[in-house]
Design a protein around this ligand. Sequence first.
Ligand code: CP
Length: 303
Amino acid sequence: MVSCLNSLLDFDLITASRIQSLFLLAEKSKQKKLKPRNLGEVLALLFFEPSTRTRLSFETAALRAGIGHFYFDGKASSSLEKGETLSDCFLNIAAMKPSVIVVRSPSLFPLFDLKEKVSVPIINAGWGAHSHPTQALLDIFTLLQVGKFDIASLSQKKILIVGDLKHSRVAASHIQLSQKLGYKIGQCGPSPFLVQNQFVNSFTNLKEGLQWADVVMPLRFQFERHTNETSFSVEEFKSLYNLNSGNLSDLPPNSFIFHPGPVNYGIEIEPEVTTDPRCQILNQVEHGVYIREALLRTILGEE
Ligand code: CP
């Protein structure tokens, strides 16, 4: 191992070689070559925003790794209903000394400040519109696996993200991760949904973007994060950016279709996209388990 990894909040402090080591461990997880740890470790899963994939894939990863876990549902009955703040809730659970805390939180949650206040390792499982590092890692691991590429070849790969990048933590994490691993990011969507970033190639026309891409990744409308200024007409969006059997012919035959989920059919994609042989949506979910198992094991000191 090249450098210590004791939390994952974003990609600022992680090196490309550390990510490569993580991918190697994830591959061992996929091949069922890892033994359960059974060391009495406890994973705390704190979800202050809804989740299906991330929560259950961390739970599956913990079960596979022989790590005990508990789940705190920020929506269900808890002392949050009695006025406790999210920060106090977090600090109290950290005081129970779990081995690792996985936290999904809204944008205003002071994730980095809280990291300074606790000794427990923290994994960011989606932080408002800021970042979702494990999703970006699992996407790239999936690309390496399904494309049978090595990590060095990522510098030749191009991912077109379509739709609501501005409110997407997945897009934000990919823009950051692409700087570590060398792949290119393109964006295509209405101007209120686009990001201003010198490293992102912008396409006004979906056809041109699809022809450029090795991976196309439509995103759902993040309705819950929109304001009047940052929203866009769903009907107009569909007419310009919806992915369907008609425009998929513009995507090169050896390219792939990804989506971080959840999918909103009839807006960013049509159901027939999921039956296209290039579609890897459920493969992404599968590889998310391996990446999260590898990440948990790495943070707990395994190499
Ligand atoms: N991709 C993703 O984060 O999905 P969930 O919101 O279901 O966890």
